[in-house]
Design a protein around this ligand. Sequence first.
Ligand SMILES: [Zn+2]
Length: 99
Amino acid sequence: MTLPELQALIRETYGAKDASRGVEGTFMWFMQEVGELATALRNGSAREKTLEFADVLAWLATLANISGVDLDQAIAAKYGAGCPGCGKSPCACARAEKP
Ligand SMILES: [Zn+2]
């Protein structure tokens, strides 16, 4: 599945609910799922980790949909030509730098 296909799937499945919930309410759900992913990464089974990654990605797609962001264009623009910090792939930034 591509990123545009993911956003379309989430829009078809949840678009009406997502629009009525709004960005603030949706962000709270997204952060709850990020917390659940942290728990799964620390203590979960392989299946639990897989499910939580799916939930976080789905809620991120929801946030992008209701914010008018195309994830495919966004990731290509920022990371498509290598590290945004140093412009290289693999990244050659110093270890202390963010990327
Ligand atoms: Zn870099």
